[in-house]
Design a protein around this ligand. Structure first.
Ligand code: FCB
Length: 408
């Protein structure tokens, strides 16, 4: 049996663009429909209007925390033009959490940016830091009582996407390759290889730039709120095959370690782990087809969570950890429960070694828009794409049971 401490946060995560719907001023919206192979987000799960129902379902199941994101492009649809009405909308979400005894974990930026920001060069434009800090500053107006704030979600994945996009432009390729879904294309196997290669390299310079932006936003948040501040990192749980040790260090530095190092001095770091991958002397080894593979093509590896937590703890210099995402894209909800059970047992072992873990937030509360695709279902709750009706899966009740008892 594994037991978890009192006060451990038990919850689920979503991101604005993946669940809200009609996020029309964002760079992702502008991209959708233009790139072959990319499905549009459209109304998504209509959580913009139905967040109350989402939070009720989460709380009714016994979960105690909800991680969601603010949409910068709603709050600042035009450069310098801030919407008090949209800020009030997100304040209502926070109040709804409080009313249900749910601890909100608020992410300021989850992959999307305003389209105007993208058009002026995005994160690499000279005033990116000032613009993001100004937005974070405005957001502090609605963060009263919020204990947990994430500045950015997976800046390392954003850096890998930026590096890959640069390469696509150089090669004049326009075909869409989702950052999280393997195997876009006609399935002849070549795509799997190219997917691995697509996100293999993240320019560490971009990482250092993100660290500067994160630290500047952290300073404002610390000055104006009482929240614990951190960011989240996509953990690959990478391992070396014989001969791949040097390559592993090289790849992992740009893809992850710059970001774990950037979390030193934060109040917490968000670990996000789903699977594990091997590295040989040539780089990331594409994962072969297997009956247990997830719907995004990755290996079934619940042990990746504990691997990621150990690595994060070591490289971040003992920064307290919040598991901000962990989950599996599957149609088989029993497999989801098995995955969580194994992942949490591993997490308990890592905690037993003295690693400070503050909570577990499952990805995701809802089946949602998986960055260009609707097929991969990560949710504890199914969502009808026509009516938006929510149907909790057994896994929601299972995780709620763990939350109530603190043990598996
Ligand atoms: C992570 C993202 C999240 C979701 C999951 C499956 O990389 O942060 O939005 O797409 O993967």
């Amino acid at each position: 049996m594994t037991t978890f401490p009192d006060g451990f946060l038990w919850g689920a995560s979503t991101a604005g663009h993946q669940v809200e719907g009609n996020n029309i001023n964002s760079d992702w919206w502008a991209r959708e429909g233009k790139m072959p192979g990319m499905e549009p987000s459209g109304d998504a799960c209509d959580s913009y209007h139905r967040y109350g129902e989402d939070i009720d379902l989460l709380a009714d199941a016994g979960l105690t925390s909800y991680r969601f994101s603010l949409e910068w492009s709603r709050i600042e649809p035009k450069k310098g033009q801030f919407s008090n009405a949209e800020l009030a909308h997100y304040r209502r979400m926070i109040e709804k959490c409080f009313a249900r005894g749910v601890t909100p974990v608020v992410t300021l930026q989850h992959f999307t940016t305003p389209q105007w920001f993208a058009e002026q060069g995005g994160w690499t434009s000279p005033d990116a830091l000032d613009l993001f800090v100004r937005y974070a500053d405005r957001a502090t107006a609605i963060l009263d009582g919020v204990e947990w704030v994430v500045t950015m979600n997976e800046p390392n994945m954003q850096a890998a996407i930026m590096t890959a996009m640069r390469r696509m432009q150089e090669q004049q390729s326009e075909k869409w390759q989702s950052p999280t879904v393997d195997g876009d294309g006609d399935g002849d196997g070549e795509e799997k290889k190219s997917h691995s290669k697509f996100l293999e390299y993240a320019d560490p310079e971009i990482g250092r730039m993100f660290v500067r932006i994160h630290h500047a936003a952290r300073a404002v948040l610390r000055e104006k709120t009482d929240a614990k501040v951190g960011w989240t990192v996509a953990a690959g749980a990478l391992t070396a095959l014989p001969g791949g040790e040097e390559k592993l260090r090289e790849i992992r530095y740009g893809k992850e370690d710059v970001y774990w190092e950037g979390a030193r001095g934060d109040d917490f770091v968000g670990v996000q782990a789903y699977s594990s991958q091997q590295v040989d002397a040539d780089g990331l080894v594409p994962h072969p087809p297997h009956p247990d593979n997830t719907l995004v093509g990755t290996a079934y590896r619940p042990d990746s969570l504990a691997m990621a937590v150990r690595h994060a703890w070591e490289v971040s210099g003992g920064t307290p950890i919040l598991v901000t995402e962990n989950g599996i894209a599957t149609r088989d909800d029993a497999q989801r429960i098995r995955y969580m059970e194994a992942a949490l047992a591993g997490l308990g072992e890592a905690m037993g070694e003295g690693i400070d873990v503050l909570g577990y937030l499952h990805w995701s509360l809802l089946d949602n828009y998986e960055w260009g695709h609707w097929e991969p279902t990560f949710g504890l709750i199914a969502v009808d794409r026509e009516t938006f009706a929510r149907t909790p899966k057994p896994s929601l009740g299972w995780l709620g049971g763990v939350a109530r008892t603190g043990r598996i």
